[in-house]
Design a protein around this ligand. Structure first.
Ligand code: AMP
Length: 192
């Protein structure tokens, strides 16, 4: 199996690229943000807990996310692997992911980090907010809060994978197709 983590700040293009990679490599795409938005829309117990965190651009407590991921990984064992988008976002989540995959005799294959300047991130997110219907994309303060959460809690996760030699950094600026080709090139290199 190939288990990829797409890593990068909000607006770095993880979702867009994950959709393309999902198809190209027959992976199951798991976006924790999308899962949470569905839970919130359906007003499930998890959705009710998640709502204020997502609206304020803050990370949810690790236990809630890890529990949700445990079920999702368990229920999708029929593909060539997973592509994780928006997870792990803390060191504790990265450790938990190792344990969750271990239950299925699997490991993280590669972590692809998308590098995009902060100016470009804010402009992409505000633009997406015009059509996505996501309130957290419409307010510059919330966007900045999300980027701050990323820098404080998520960026250190890169070192966790760097130690294992699993981290690859890719230029996340350019056209969607250019970035896709860069990612695909790295995955092909890792899979030979
Ligand atoms: P995203 O769609 O990935 O930008 O996620 C939207 C929001 O969902 C984030 O701002 C967080 O509030 C929440 N969220 C998504 N993934 C995680 C995660 N792995 N850990 C904690 N909170 C998360």
């Amino acid at each position: 199996m190939i288990n990829l983590v797409l890593f990068g700040p909000p607006g770095s293009g993880k979702g867009t690229q994950a959709e393309k990679l999902e198809e190209a490599f027959d992976l199951f795409h798991i976006s924790t943000g999308d899962l949470l938005r569905t839970e919130i829309k359906n007003e499930t117990p998890l959705g009710k807990k998640a709502k204020s965190y997502v609206e304020e651009g803050k990370l949810l407590p690790d236990e809630l996310i890890v529990d949700m991921m445990d079920h999702t990984i368990q229920n999708h064992q029929d593909k060539e692997g997973f592509i994780f988008d928006g997870f792990p976002r803390t060191i504790a989540q990265a450790e938990a992911l190792d344990q969750l995959l271990k239950k299925h005799q699997e490991t993280v294959t590669e972590v692809l980090q998308l590098k995009v300047s902060e100016k470009e991130l804010i402009s992409r997110l505000l633009k997406r907010g015009e059509t996505s219907g996501r309130e957290d994309d419409q307010d510059e303060e919330t966007i900045k809060k999300r980027i701050k959460e990323y820098e404080e809690k998520t960026a250190p996760v890169a070192d966790y994978y760097k130690k294992d030699g699993k981290l690859v950094t890719v230029d996340g600026e350019g056209t969607v197709d250019e970035i896709f080709e860069r990612l695909k090139g790295e995955i092909d290199k890792a899979s030979v």
